[in-house]
Ligand binder design. Structure first.
Ligand code: SAH
Length: 347
């Protein structure tokens, strides 16, 4: 298999190009075509000679994602893409257009090893990590799709298939590539990483002092409840997890987001809300409440409107900033935790 161009930083690309006898500035020309002009194929790199374009095509893979399916929600605001990777594995990613925001939700692994009970990706098991370039390629795909509509990509959430902190180096490298000022120059502040709560990586991330937003999938106020739905809680129990989160906010001065999927009768009563408030008191945080989306292999269901609002009102009274997240793309299975490559489902 040819090396994927998106796996390389500008510096690595420069090294690779100069080794084949080309001048260093050629690397920057390629970089600008790919990351500024959002042109995917070297045959369309009009600033380069035909010979060099052919040479590039022979040397690198430029299109690692083949569109297998492109589903549009009934309101036409959300697209769910099923991509085939070079090794024929599949991943899904989502684009949500909403008011001034065009947000993409991208994947970091094929499947996921964390095995959260309610999550469709977890239910399919873990196949492999994505490379930095495969993560970058998802961003480029949607950036160019939006460009063709006269729109711009504004936000990236790393909340698709997989556990980003279980593929930490590739995720950070991918962010470095799209953040590069000579290329896409996509600001870290417009990127959010969501983790199930892998403590050593939260500590590493804290020390790195990046501008990227951090979200943690809490989903429960106690070990008793969290153990039932998130196997990782046995290794990283809630007290140590929240200590790492508190430390993150104190060291970086940045607010942390907690995701809380409301599951009817499991984690959504008054006591659960009170216990959650006690745990989060005084922390620089925001809680995203989202009624669980149904998935095939999990019997639990999302809390109804009244229970959701009652839960929220306890947080409001206790001064814990929170919001109820909008459900988008449910009709095409593009909601949180619903991503699962159809092909794998059929196998
Ligand atoms: N592995 C990462 C990111 C992927 S999932 C993580 O655990 O954070 C992104 C978010 O969707 C997480 O908060 C996850 O817990 C949540 N989620 C998964 N399945 C869901 C479902 N069925 N309904 C609602 N949210 C779900």
């Amino acid at each position: 298999m040819k090396p994927l161009i998106n796996d390389l930083t500008l510096q690595e690309l420069t090294e690779s190009i100069t080794k084949t006898g080309e001048p260093a500035y050629r690397a920057k020309q390629i970089w600008q075509m790919v990351y500024k002009q959002l042109i995917a194929e070297p045959s369309e790199f009009s600033n380069l000679s035909k010979e060099f374009r052919t040479k590039l095509d022979e040397q690198f893979c430029f299109l690692p994602l083949k569109v297998e399916k492109d589903l549009k929600s009934s309101d036409e605001q959300t697209n769910k893409l099923l991509f085939r990777l070079q090794d024929n594995r599949m991943i899904e990613s989502v684009l949500m257009r909403y008011k001034e925001r065009n947000t993409i939700c991208i994947s970091t692994q094929v499947g996921c090893p964390m095995n959260c009970a309610f999550c469709a990706t977890g239910q399919m098991g873990f196949l492999r990590n994505l490379s930095a370039g495969e993560i970058v390629a998802q961003v480029l795909f949607f950036a160019s799709m939006l460009k063709s509509e006269g729109l711009k990509l504004t936000n990236i959430v790393i909340m698709g298939m997989g556990e980003p902190f279980h593929n930490y180096d590739a995720v950070m490298k991918a962010i470095g590539i799209i953040n590069d000022p000579d290329g896409m120059n996509f600001g870290e502040r417009r990127i959010t990483i969501s983790t199930v709560g892998i403590i050593p990586r939260i500590e590493q991330f804290t020390a790195a002092k990046r501008q990227i937003n951090l979200a943690v999938s809490l989903h429960a106020p106690s070990n008793t409840i969290r153990d039932k739905i998130i196997p990782a809680n046995r290794k990283y129990p809630i007290d140590s997890l929240l200590e790492a989160c508190r430390n993150y906010t104190e060291k970086t001065g940045r607010r942390i987001t907690f995701e809380y999927a409301l599951i009817h009768g499991l984690n959504d009563n008054y006591e659960n809300a009170v216990q959650l408030c006690k745990r989060l008191k005084g922390m620089l945080c925001h809680v995203n409440l989202i009624p669980l989306n149904s998935t095939e292999k999990y019997a639990g269901s999302g809390s109804n409107h009244d229970r959701t609002q009652s839960f929220k009102s306890v947080l409001d009274k206790n001064g814990i900033p929170c919001s109820v997240r909008l459900k988008r793309g449910i009709d095409i299975g593009a909601g949180c935790g619903q991503l699962l490559a159809e092909q794998n489902k059929q196998e």
